[in-house]
Design a protein around this ligand. Structure first.
Ligand SMILES: [Zn+2]
Length: 764
């Protein structure tokens, strides 16, 4: 058992993993345990009573090991030195300083007769420009030279409670993750992979999420359990998805051309920082060539045989299989060739495969969607009835076309009736998604933002048919669609036995949306919070931080931290490297080159009161890659908050205190985007909303304000956990009580923070 990895999994759920055989409760506090608790307290944690009793009997070595995991999750040993010492007092550097220094360095400085100091990077800083005594590096090129291992701790005012977890809890968590009806978040996927390695696969868990199936099959293959894998595939699309995931590490089937286009776009440049266009062109071409080469398919003979076995074992009819393969025909042709499937089809025992390939190449199958489209064009009432009948054969497809059908149809009631007849075959999450998006879809002026498959947000024009309807009619349509999921959900819940007579729902759960649709791609090492979670700052100052480049050699790797302040007037101002300080916002200085291996940091301090006084409405937290390419893997962003003052070191500028961290996320390796919005501070309400919105711009300025507002609106329109619980209570005749201690069933933030449990709600 890999104790270290399991400690990481437990920490994400605010727990410490201790093997069952070590769980011995001792009330007398050992010296080691006391030291351990003091260290944890400084890092922002306290331990539950049970955990305290257990750690009293643990050896020192193990406590050091546990603390090491927490330390590394919090990044305590990373380099947190910014460019400017005590940056909370602005240096007053200006664009003029940059221009003067640029001119001075361009000409032969010795001939100019101006006093100047030469920095280790070679740049001359002329006297009277930058106050160099305030910097830890070169203010001109943003290369840091002075580093400090200064640590600040213990200023936090809110301590998180750590609980005890044993194998039993991990096993339960494992099962919850496997059973999740919705696609797992990046953090959950990572945990699942660790749990696979340490626990035996439970037999009685039904896996429904397509993406989870891929992970399971992958794991079984690695374990040599080939026969078992076939039972997880129910359609050729499942197989294609698996192959594509293994090939590109993308869980969705993105067509190769789209993937390459994304890479191409993410290679940015700026005339200011990189003057040579040819250089950029060269990099672009190189990256492209590499990407194209990477997408070529190569399979070993054993793998070809496995895929042949999978297709051969599918339970659907060969015609049906071909019909499903049709929309991705081009990809299938490539895969069939690369996997030498025609060769296997000739062998004994692969009769099914032979039949499939025959029909596929002869195109001897009807294309369902083609039929539907033909019938859609017709104005005959019989044809539209025939179309609805066809749609009823594929409930999922029906659901996806429901909105456009409602707009197009002359008989809306008929469409809804036919849909309701098959609604019980549709996964709950899809029904809820429909309810959520109806508001966005059937509203006249709203901009629809959808997350494109590559991770970027796209703004989509409204369907034209909307113009044919009155506001009243559109409102009715929204109500009708929303009504669908409430009624279906009620029916589903009412069939299940009630687990108690009374229920408590914590008020904050009415703010947190169910995590369906928008998947978080970042990894949360310390606290797995749900997107949309609202954090209430305790102090007046919010400190954003960004740390990147750990483990990488010294190089030009420019990541930027910025905060876009949106004012009542609609104006926007960014606190970023190009405007380091203004009323209510201060930046710690722009670092463009990372030092060897230890990484580097940037901070922004926001003063909520001051921002309010200047009529600021929102502060949007962003980080982005200035250097060619996407956001650097293992980059960490987050924010700090405390009732107590948060120190900025006078000598070094270090300003990170783990005990004040309210939320932090790490960029995972599969990230394809260039920028990320990671939080929005609503200044009037004094709350921070944790969300994750990729954007493609190089700097915060390119962030579309309308897109941010659109996202906030969308977040507000989503079904909240509290609402679903209320539906459950009503359907099962459970009384809702205001007092936690009086309830049989308690649903609070702690419960909701186990995302797998929340998803489990949808299984009902
Ligand atoms: Zn320099």
């Amino acid at each position: 058992m890999d104790r270290i990895s399991l400690l990481k999994v437990a920490l994400r759920q605010r727990a410490v993993f201790i093997p069952e055989n070590q769980v011995v409760e001792t009330k007398e506090i050992s010296n080691f345990a006391a030291d351990f608790c003091i260290n944890l307290y400084k890092a922002g944690y306290v331990v539950s009573e049970k955990l305290l009793h257990v750690i009293n009997s643990l050896p020192e070595k193990q406590l050091i090991e546990i603390y090491g995991i927490i330390k590394s999750a919090l990044g305590i040993d990373k380099n947190w030195t910014p460019l400017v010492k005590n940056w909370i007092i602005p240096t007053g550097e200006s664009r003029a300083d940059h221009i003067a220094t640029a001119i001075f360095n361009y000409f032969n400085p010795k001939k100019l007769g101006v006093k100047a100091v030469q920095m280790p990077c070679g740049h001359y800083i002329p006297e009277g420009s930058f106050p160099i005594e305030r910097y830890n590096g070169c203010p001109f090129c943003g290369t840091p030279f002075e580093f400090s291992d200064e640590k600040i701790s213990g200023q936090g005012s809110k301590h998180k409670i750590l609980n005890l977890w044993t194998e039993k809890d991990l096993q339960k968590h494992f099962e919850n993750l496997l059973a999740s009806p919705v696609a797992l978040e990046a953090t959950q996927k990572d945990s699942l992979k660790i749990l696979f390695k340490n626990f035996t696969m439970p037999n009685d868990v039904k896996i429904v999420a397509k993406e989870t199936i891929i992970l399971v099959v992958d794991f079984l293959l690695k374990n040599g359990e080939i026969q078992k894998t076939a039972e997880y595939f129910s359609s050729p699309t499942d197989i294609l998805r698996y192959l594509w995931y293994n090939h590109t590490n993308q869980i969705q089937i993105i067509e190769p051309k789209t993937l390459i286009e994304t890479k191409k776009n993410s290679i940015g440049y700026s005339w200011e920082k990189d003057s040579s266009h040819n250089w950029v062109k060269k990099i672009r071409e190189d990256v492209m060539a590499k990407e194209v080469a990477k997408l070529k398919l190569h399979y070993s003979r054993p793998m070809c045989k496995i895929v042949a076995f999978w297709l051969n074992s599918l339970k659907l009819s060969a015609e049906k299989i071909c019909e499903i393969m049709h929309p991705k025909r081009e990809m299938w042709v490539r895969f069939i060739r690369a996997l030498r499937l025609t060769e296997f089809a000739k062998k004994d025992g692969f009769n099914n495969l032979k039949k499939i390939l025959d029909i596929f190449y002869r195109k001897d199958y009807t294309v369902w969607q083609g039929e539907i489209n033909k019938l859609k064009q017709s104005c005959e009432i019989d044809d539209s009835k025939k179309m609805l009948m066809l749609l009823q054969q594929r409930p999922g497809n029906f659901a996806r076309q429901l909105f456009s059908l409602l707009l197009q149809s002359t008989d809306r009631k008929l469409v809804l009736d036919k849909f309701l007849q098959i609604a019980d075959q549709i996964p709950t999450r899809l029904l809820i998604t429909l309810g959520m998006y109806a508001e966005n879809y059937f509203t006249r002026d709203e901009i629809r933002t959808v997350k494109a498959i590559t991770g970027k947000n796209k703004r989509i024009e409204k369907p034209r048919l909307i113009a044919n309807y009155s506001d009243e009619e559109l409102k009715t349509m929204i109500q009708e669609v929303k009504g669908l999921y409430v009624s279906v959900l009620k029916e589903r819940f009412s069939k299940l036995p009630a687990e108690g007579k009374t229920m408590y729902i914590a008020p904050e759960l009415f703010d947190i949306p169910l995590s369906i649709g928008e998947r978080a791609k970042t990894i949360q090492d310390t606290d797995c919070a749900l997107q949309g979670t609202i954090f209430k700052p305790e102090g007046n100052n919010i400190r954003l931080f960004l740390q990147w480049g750990v483990g990488l050699p010294a190089q030009h790797l420019d990541m930027d931290l910025s905060a876009a302040i949106i004012y009542e007037s609609g104006e926007t101002r960014e606190c970023a490297y190009y405007e380091l300080s203004f009323e209510g916002a201060k930046h710690s200085g722009d670092i463009m080159h990372i030092p060897d291996l230890i990484g580097t940091a940037e901070y922004i301090e926001l003063d909520i009161q001051k921002l309010r006084e200047t009529d600021a409405k929102y502060a949007v937290f962003t980080c982005n890659a200035y250097t060619a390419g996407t956001l650097s893997p293992n980059l960490v962003v987050g924010w700090m908050d405390s009732k107590h003052p948060m120190k900025v070191s006078n000598e070094t500028g270090v300003a990170y205190d783990p005990s004040c961290v309210q939320h932090q996320v790490r960029i995972s390796a599969s990230n394809l985007s260039k920028g990320l919005v990671f939080g929005v501070l609503d200044i009037n309400k004094n709350e921070i909303i944790w969300l994750e919105m990729p954007f493609s711009g190089q700097i915060a300025h390119q962030l579309d304000n309308k897109a941010v507002q659109g996202l906030l609106r969308k977040l507000a329109a989503r079904a909240k956990i509290g609402e679903i619980l209320s539906i459950k209570a009503a359907a099962q005749n459970i009384e809702i009580v205001a007092d936690k201690s009086e309830a049989d069933l308690v649903y609070d933030y702690n419960w909701a923070s186990d995302t797998a449990k929340v998803s489990g709600l949808l299984l009902g």
